[in-house]
Write a protein that binds this ligand. Structure first.
Ligand code: BYC
Length: 480
């Protein structure tokens, strides 16, 4: 039985009635030491014994689910939390539209569902692995705390998927849960499943870009899985979304603070040309064109996470009612899409054009387009900071076909503005569009830890507000 009350005294805090399910409890307790082992060896490096001002979920109610206190990360109460059940919920899409949601896995969709849950689960520890070296070069204790908050919550999201695997998928679920701790981001032999989760997150600007763009893919995918007719998955994802919002906040405000500091420093020094990288960098801040190149990289890597634009997998997930569209339950149509079409950008006669495809097959493209709309908001607000400082520069999301490695557009080279290029043209201009080794070296040179309370590295502004309204000099992380 799930409830709104979280059993917080158990080894594994939960609102899924673990105490009454000895088999599941045993399976999760057996998985627990392996998880802690993974966290100690692959989690935040060098800070496991620090006291971190973290929020922990202690309820699933809309308000007041979080408790803030100092916690050592290995002692964080990772728990299994499902959002409250929606009474009389029905399957929101596909062949079973309108039927009551499933509380058990329907046999015919078992392997599809397991695959989706495993892929979702795989991304969570992957991101912790990607970010494990960042603590030692944090630009402030405030930022360090935010990094660790994101990390422990990704850990909890792994728990959420492992709960589903162990409760509903028997022996193969247990095997998959075990495998989730064995794959490793960037490993040659056992890489993480999706491309972007094997890339490095070498510096804090990458971290902010990752949490702005890639965590937003997380949001879109979780929104689509929250529409699942398999109700335990839906409820799990709905609660994960509440935590995900903070991760995107960290990304959005992080990039904004970098942009703001650059603009302030340029104005203080009287530098008007944003393209004069040498002069701007001499101020100890990141020039705007470099920030643009980072946007280009992280945005394009993240677009690949939506899979191929035309996908029979996506059509099957939707038809089965196990993965819906973004805000499926708010869309006004028949939710079956049997005869609808959707425009997908393709190369036709040498030009990129929208081509109508069967809407069911175009669902990855549709979710990706919703993602792009969602991304634009932050970019617009970053540009307000630049315009407000009187600097003539505009950040932009690159074209959807730029730098793609998966899907319809992966075989062509396209500029950030959408011009189709020859291989030679692409190679000649790559350095203007994607971070260069020189950019990386420069950013790396800025990655010096700033561990004094209330102080911030040269290249980033302080936040406008502390976590829980704490004052600027608050000790967010107490180093041992
Ligand atoms: N890299 O029909 P296709 C998050 C595979 S992020 C490598 O094109 P489909 C988070 C695909 O698996 C959200 N392989 O795509 C963020 C398939 O293989 P099989 C994570 C890829 O299946 C930050 C084949 O190519 N959640 O939560 O329609 C921090 C053809 O597939 C990639 C999900 O993604 C790739 N990029 O859609 C922490 C939701 N793309 O089956 C966390 C669950 C495709 O032929 N996953 N392939 O062996 C899904 O819904 C789908 O699996 C995908 C792919 C959208 C990822």
């Amino acid at each position: 039985m799930t409830s709104e009350i979280v059993d917080y005294d158990a080894l594994i805090p939960n609102n899924v009635g673990l105490a009454d399910d000895p088999k599941l409890k045993r399976a999760l307790e057996e998985w627990h030491p392996g998880y802690i082992n993974w966290w100690m060896s692959m989690g935040p490096e060098g800070f496991q014994m620090a006291d971190v001002f973290l929020r922990t979920a202690i309820s699933v109610e809309k308000d007041g689910w979080a408790k803030f206190d100092y916690v050592k990360m290995p002692e964080y109460r990772w728990g299994i939390l499902l959002a409250p059940a929606v009474e009389d919920r029905t399957i929101p899409c596909g062949e079973h539209f309108g039927e009551p949601v499933w509380q058990q896995v329907p046999g015919e969709y078992r392997s599809m569902l397991r695959r989706l849950i495993v892929i979702q689960g795989d991304t969570e520890p992957a991101s912790v692995e990607q970010q494990r070296h960042l603590g030692s070069v944090a630009p402030s204790l405030y930022d360090m705390r935010n990094l660790f908050q994101v990390n422990v919550e990704e850990g909890r999201h792994l728990w959420a998927m492992v709960y589903l695997l162990q409760k509903y998928f028997g022996r193969d679920g247990r095997e998959e849960a075990h495998e989730l701790l064995l794959r490793q981001s960037g490993s040659e032999e056992r890489p993480r499943m999706l491309g972007a989760f094997n890339e490095e997150t070498p510096d804090w600007l990458s971290f902010f870009m990752f949490t702005y763009f890639t965590d937003r893919d997380g949001k879109m995918q979780l929104e689509a899985l929250a529409q699942s007719g398999f109700d335990p998955l839906s409820r799990t994802c709905r609660f994960m979304l509440a935590e995900e919002a903070h991760h995107m906040f960290v990304g959005y405000t992080g990039v904004q603070r970098v942009v703001q500091r650059t603009c302030e420093a340029m104005n203080e020094a009287g530098i008007e040309d944003p393209h004069d990288a040498e002069a701007v960098r001499a101020l100890g801040v990141i020039d705007l064109p470099t920030i643009q190149r980072k946007i280009n990289l992280h945005f394009s890597l993240t677009l690949d996470l939506f899979g191929s634009e035309e996908s029979t997998n996506a059509a099957n997930f939707f038809n089965a009612g196990i993965k819906g569209r973004y805000h499926e339950d708010r869309i006004d149509d028949d939710h079956r899409l049997a005869s609808d079409t959707y425009p997908v950008t393709k190369l036709v006669d040498g030009l990129l054009r929208p081509v109508e495809v069967a809407a069911l097959n175009g669902l990855n493209a549709r979710l990706r387009d919703d993602f792009i709309d969602d991304c634009q908001g932050g970019v617009t607000r970053w540009n307000r900071v630049i315009a407000g400082a009187g600097i003539d520069f505009e950040l932009r999301l690159p074209h959807v076909a730029f730098n793609r490695a998966i899907g319809e557009l992966s075989d062509i080279e396209v500029s950030p503005t959408g011009s189709v290029l020859t291989e030679d043209e692409w190679v000649a201009q790559l350095g203007d569009w994607l971070p260069t080794s020189n950019d990386k070296k420069f950013i790396e040179s800025l990655m010096q830890p700033e561990l004094r309370p209330g102080r911030f590295a040269s290249w980033i502004s302080p936040p406008t507000k502390g976590i829980q309204n704490m004052p600027e000099e608050f000790l967010y992380v107490k180093l041992p």
